[in-house]
Design a protein around this ligand. Sequence first.
Ligand code: 5GP
Length: 119
Amino acid sequence: MPDSFADDNVFLKIVQREVPARILYQDEEVTAFQDANPVAPTHVLVVPNKPLRTLNDATPEDACLLGKMILTAQRLAGQLGIDQSGYRIVVNCNQHGGQTVYHLHLHLLGGRRMTWPPG
Ligand code: 5GP
């Protein structure tokens, strides 16, 4: 892992509690925190604690980790009261996917009706 990636990686710094964030959940594998610029009434990010740049960097060994990220979002959706009204889980990958922070993350979005298709 190049130092520049770790140095520039704000989500890794949030995981390590070096940068403040409203953390909703953390264990040894994943961290969930409020998005700093929410695009929905509920907008939570779920990240792996280990630095993976994009979804492209996940391997079969990360299958449990990816499942845990989704189940963490599902559980938080219940705790935040949006499970019955509904929610969307999004993973942006690279430029065309709209990724701006290069530490793999899942968006949990809810609290309003989502449009489809996305822009
Ligand atoms: P992406 O576009 O990469 O899929 O999503 C990155 C998300 O991270 C954006 O929704 C943006 O608002 C959020 N974000 C960027 N920097 C920070 C930060 O320092 N703290 C928090 N909590 N969210 C951030």
